[in-house]
Write a protein that binds this ligand. Sequence first.
Ligand code: ZN
Length: 70
Amino acid sequence: MNKLITSGLLFIVLTFGFSGLTESNSIKAQAKSEISECRYGQCYATAQSTGYRCRHCVSNNGDLYCWQHR
Ligand SMILES: [Zn+2]
């Protein structure tokens, strides 16, 4: 009985522990692919001049766009 509980716990730890690990890794990778040098994040607008995403930082927490793209 004890052995069953132990192996059950081990299974849970391995399953959830591992999925938690891969999840945090994917979040890290996602944060890395996003440019994370900004304190509150990068502007989500597309720059008309280049066609790429605006590289400005937002100035307030929760803002999606920089001062130029409001
Ligand atoms: Zn912008």
